[in-house]
Design a protein around this ligand. Structure first.
Ligand SMILES: Nc1ncnc2c1ncn2[C@@H]1O[C@H](COP(=O)(O)OP(=O)(O)OP(=O)(O)O)[C@@H](O)[C@H]1O
Length: 120
C-alpha cells in the first residue's frame, strides 16, 4: 500500500516536471505565449485593482489562464503537424488554422467577459 502510494507520488512528480519543461520550452520558443502572459499580468492587475466581486474576478482570471492553455495546445498541434510532415497539405493547413482559431475564440471570450463586467 505504502509502496503504491510512493510510486504514485513519484509518477505525479514526473508528470509535473514534464509539464513544467513543456511550459518553459513553449515560453522560450513561442512569442505569442509570452505576449499572452504579459496580457494576463496586466489583466490580473486590473482584476485586483478594480472593485469587482469574487465571482467576476474568478471568471476573468480563469479566462485569462484559459488563453494560455489553448495557446499551449495550439503549439502542440503545430509541432505535431510539422513533425509528421513539412509538406504542404490542405489538411495540415486546416489543422493549424483550427488551432489558431481556438486561440482567437478564447481570447474573444476573455475580451467579452471584460466588456460585460465593466459595462453592466
Ligand atoms: N504543412 C502545411 N500545409 C498547408 N498549410 C500550412 C502548412 N503549415 C502551415 N500552413 C499554413 O500557414 C499558417 C501558419 O503556419 P505556421 O506553422 O507557420 O504557424 P506560425 O506562423 O508558427 O503560427 P503562430 O504564429 O500561431 O505560431 C497555418 O495556419 C496554415 O494556414
Amino acid at each position: 500500500m505504502l509502496a503504491k502510494l510512493k510510486q504514485e507520488i513519484a509518477r505525479v512528480g514526473r508528470t509535473a516536471s514534464w509539464s513544467w519543461t513543456g511550459f518553459r520550452a513553449t515560453w522560450v520558443n513561442e512569442k505569442s505565449l509570452r505576449q499572452w502572459g504579459v496580457i494576463n499580468l496586466i489583466s490580473a492587475f486590473f482584476v485586483f485593482y478594480l472593485p469587482l466581486s469574487g465571482g467576476e474576478r474568478a471568471v476573468l482570471l480563469a479566462l485569462g489562464l484559459l488563453i494560455l492553455v489553448v495557446e499551449l495546445i495550439n503549439t502542440a498541434i503545430e509541432e505535431t503537424v510539422d513533425f509528421i510532415s513539412l509538406e504542404r497539405d490542405p489538411r495540415a493547413g486546416r489543422a493549424k488554422d483550427a488551432a489558431s482559431a481556438a486561440v482567437a475564440v478564447t481570447a474573444i471570450a476573455g475580451g467579452l467577459a471584460w466588456l460585460v463586467i465593466l459595462f453592466s
